[in-house]
Design a protein around this ligand. Structure first.
Ligand SMILES: NC(=O)c1ccc[n+]([C@@H]2O[C@H](COP(=O)([O-])OP(=O)(O)OC[C@H]3O[C@@H](n4cnc5c(N)ncnc54)[C@H](O)[C@@H]3O)[C@@H](O)[C@H]2O)c1
Ligand SMILES: O=C(O)C1=N[C@H](C(=O)O)CCC1
Length: 251
């Protein structure tokens, strides 16, 4: 629980699609105050005296931005994707040196997406075949999406726990890479299409049946309840947390 009075929130990447939506959501919340907006080229300095920073920038800029916040003892809610195991390990070392600071890295703040990942992990141990199809707007700079990478990681862990081997696939000739990428051993297919926002399907197959788990974000407002819930709770979770599910009691 943060101190009495409105929580001061600064946004990094404030001019972007997500950053601008977060600024509007913070301004619309009675218990939050928008303390500062930062984007590329701005000096982060004292982060406008923020209690919490929300970071939605680009994968290659995010680690340095988050490290700056941590060095100032400011909690951070991070939506930027591209957090490899190596980047996370470096962040964990930085945060371990700063007592009490909370950092949440969440590849997807939409409640339905968090549930979709949890349902996929729950089902994964029961199906011989699984493939992930993520579909996004064509201005997205990274592939596969952070959500798909996280889903594949959770599915891979569940399959290993269930003693399942590799997904069945008799392909021996695929010169164009039509079978997609393998993330943690799980086939992932990335679609980029004008008109889309953020969507994902997990297809699970067994003899004679298929289970499809699908989530659609039609508008970026879908991410805002999760972002604001994280802003309000991040100080109660010192250290580095990966995945909003751990704040929602679903982890
Ligand atoms: N976690 C989630 O729920 C969620 C939802 C949507 C998008 N995302 C992720 O959020 C990120 C941003 O997505 P977007 O659609 O808003 O992108 P965007 O391109 O619209 O916005 C990115 C912003 O970051 C700014 N920026 C670039 N370098 C910077 C730097 N060094 N310091 C500060 N700002 C910098 C850009 O100028 C731009 O304004 C992506 O990684 C995307 O995958 C996550
Ligand atoms: O629009 C994006 O970019 C999104 N990125 C996240 C991802 O990579 O999973 C979440 C959904 C939207």
């Amino acid at each position: 629980m943060l101190a009495m009075g409105a929580t001061r929130v600064a946004v990094i990447g404030a001019s972007g699609r997500m950053g601008a939506t977060v600024c509007a959501a913070v301004e619309g919340a009675d218990d939050l105050e928008l303390a500062g907006r930062f984007d590329v080229g701005d000096e982060l300095g004292d982060l406008a005296g923020a209690d919490v920073v929300v970071e939605f920038s680009v994968p290659d800029a995010s680690p340095a931005n988050v490290a700056h916040c941590v060095s100032r003892g400011v909690h951070v809610v991070v939506g930027t994707t591209g957090w490899s195991d190596e980047r996370l390990a470096t962040l964990r070392e930085q945060v371990a040196r700063t007592q009490g600071v909370g950092v949440l890295i969440a590849p997807n703040f939409a409640l339905g997406a968090v549930l979709m990942m949890a349902f996929a992990a729950k089902a994964a141990g029961y199906y011989e075949s699984v493939e992930v199809i993520e579909l996004h707007h064509p201005d997205k700079v990274d592939a596969p999406s952070g959500t798909a990478a996280r889903t594949a990681s959770l599915i891979g862990e569940a399959r290993a726990s269930a003693g399942l081997g590799p997904v069945p696939d008799a392909t021996t000739h695929d010169p164009e890479g039509a079978r997609g990428a393998r993330v943690n051993g799980i086939p992932v297919h990335s679609v980029r299409l004008r008109g889309l926002v953020a969507h994902q399907e997990v297809l699970l197959g067994a003899p004679g049946e298929m289970l499809t788990i699908r989530h659609d974000s039609f508008d970026r407002v879908s991410f805002m309840p999760g972002v604001l819930a994280a802003v309000r709770a991040v100080d109660e979770h010192p250290g580095v947390t990966v995945g909003l599910e751990h704040y929602l009691g679903l982890g």
